[in-house]
Design a protein around this ligand. Sequence first.
Ligand SMILES: *Cc1c(COP(=O)(O)O)cnc(C)c1O
Ligand SMILES: [Zn+2]
Length: 414
Amino acid sequence: MGKEKKEKNISAAVCITCGAEHESGDHTYTCTKCGGVLEICYDYRYIKSQLTREKLLNRKEYSLWRYLELLPIAEGSKLSPLRVGWSPLYRAEKLGKLLGLTRLYIKDDGLNPTASLKDRASAIAVVRAVHAGMTTVACSSTGNAASSLAGNAAAMGLKSVIFVPERAPKAKVTQLLIFGAQVISVQGTYEDTFRLSSVAIEQWGWYNRNAAINPYLSEGKKTVSLEIAEQLGFKAPDYVAVSVGDGCTIAGVWKGFKDLHALGFIETLPKLISVQAEGCCPVNRAFATGAPIAWMEENTLADSIAVGVPRNGEKALGAIRESQGLVVNVSDEEILAAMRLLGSTSGIFGEPAGVTGTAGLKKLAEQGLIPQDAVVVSLVTGNGLKDVVSAQKTAGSPLCIPPDLSVLTDVFDR
Ligand SMILES: *Cc1c(COP(=O)(O)O)cnc(C)c1O
Ligand SMILES: [Zn+2]
């Protein structure tokens, strides 16, 4: 293994629990003092000397690599060729009107190469793994982290070993197999799956893409916010609605806006809206009650956020609190209704966890908790084709008729 090369833009990896500082490096995962989750901290003065808004605006790189100065990628690293990021930010006028919001936007991250926002994290993981001289990457996942790791690994010529809980939807597991991953389907919960993967990764020395352990992943996820701000003309929205499982995504969303704020590229910060499923909402419950995060059952069809023991719960809570954000829980029925609503008003098909943010936003808007003229972004985190079985529960069925115009006319006239 080559000597670790320091990234010039990073100052330290700081433990969010005890504050201990670590040097950023290939094998920096969790705090060596207390086992806590690490946060990658940047040298904003150095970055400011390298990057300006004008420089960004003139860039032709339309992927997350657009923001290299703000990423934990060592100079000279081989970048993944897959086009991750730079997903569209749509003005959702019709949906906005229905919700009573005049400036509503949808960021469709289902358009990433493996069809979820997780690609942003996996792109960082595979580039760092190759740079560290690793040949195999591994993770445990409810599905999307896995398919994104498998796809991004394939693009970089890495082997991938993936642990999934057996309830993971077929489409997602199929995606893994097509990407050539070694798939291990664990008969147990996500928690059981995570634990088995952790010991196996340690035993075989693979590159660890588990979001809780690997602090570089939320650095990839933060690029969604860098894009949103740039797409809004270097302005932060007033609210961003995010579906929350492990909490790595919402923490990353916050980090992206904070980076831009620290650089002086945006003047304000958004309030985060943390949306979870009623049947599995340990982060939101902790936020609402002020009690520590406690285990919950995983009772929701939104499998991507069915996380009973959130691995980045503290980071997520910190982000929601710091942003003076809101939390809201939604039922599976509300999630399915949001799927249909988003599809029929905007032409965007999200998986259940993908539209959970929109479901929560709808609920808050209907309760009058979001100012009508606020700039609101709802993140769609995953594509609906990943979980057609859930979609079928709300899609309805087609009219079935013989190939006969008179029958068709009858049906339409009725
Ligand atoms: C993983 C995932 C989330 C939640 O991200 P966390 O980091 O687990 O909070 C939301 N939606 C989709 C589609 C996901 O795959
Ligand atoms: Zn610590």
